[in-house]
Design a protein around this ligand. Structure first.
Ligand code: GRF
Length: 197
């Protein structure tokens, strides 16, 4: 069976991206890492992807007059690489309904909270502030509302006494790295190659 062609969209460090690339290096994994795109030219993850032999390029959003033209450029790059599935991995741009509808049930995201709790930013600080006993991360389908799509899988981590947003983020990131490849494989089972649809 042919593997799905995966694009990973990043904005920075790309540690989740690196985990997906590592998982996809196994020929038995249901997706192959085909393309990495960043909306920032200086994203650290671009170089990491290239070191792993994955094509990586920047489409800097700041060089486009508006969100629409930026997204059209991203869409064209995905189309020309025959991408089947998109994994957002620390991609810090909100996508318009046009893009979300176009890629519909072919796009997933990782978010560092137990959704539906704490969509948006500063999730760890909000969990500590609220006195939550546990935090975690979620992989979900991307829908038009930010961090609102159906959850595919979650992982939980304890909030420990004295935790700072940084210490909780570090503990959560370990779980993100384990969760994302597993949840992506699960998502792949639900979609067909685009070129065949
Ligand atoms: C991760 O915590 C992810 O959940 C969030 O942004 C962070 C990205 O980290 N959306 P990295 O770029 O994958 O290292």
């Amino acid at each position: 069976m042919s593997r799905l062609r995966l694009a990973i969209l990043i904005s920075g460090r790309g540690s989740n991206m690196a985990q997906l690339i590592a998982a996809a290096a196994d020929p038995a994994y249901p997706a192959e890492a085909t393309l990495v795109l960043s909306n920032k030219a200086d994203a650290e993850g671009l170089e990491t992807a290239r070191q792993h032999g994955v094509r990586a390029c920047a489409i800097p959003h700041a060089e486009f007059p508006d969100r629409k033209t930026f997204e059209r450029a991203v869409d064209a790059a995905l189309d020309s690489a025959n991408i089947d599935i998109i994994a957002l991995a620390g991609f810090m741009r909100v996508l318009t309904p046009w893009f979300v509808q176009r890629w519909g049930r072919r796009m997933i995201n990782i978010h560092p909270s137990l959704l539906p709790k704490y969509p948006g930013l500063n999730t760890h600080a909000r969990a500590i502030e609220a006195g939550d006993a546990e935090a975690g991360c979620s992989v979900h389908w991307v829908s038009e509302g930010v961090d609102e799509g159906d959850v595919i899988e979650q992982a939980r981590v304890p909030v420990q006494p004295g935790d700072t947003p940084q210490s909780l983020a570090a503990r959560t990131l370990v779980e993100e790295h384990r969760l994302y490849p597993q949840a992506l494989a699960k998502a792949c089972a639900q979609i067909r190659p685009r070129r065949a649809s």
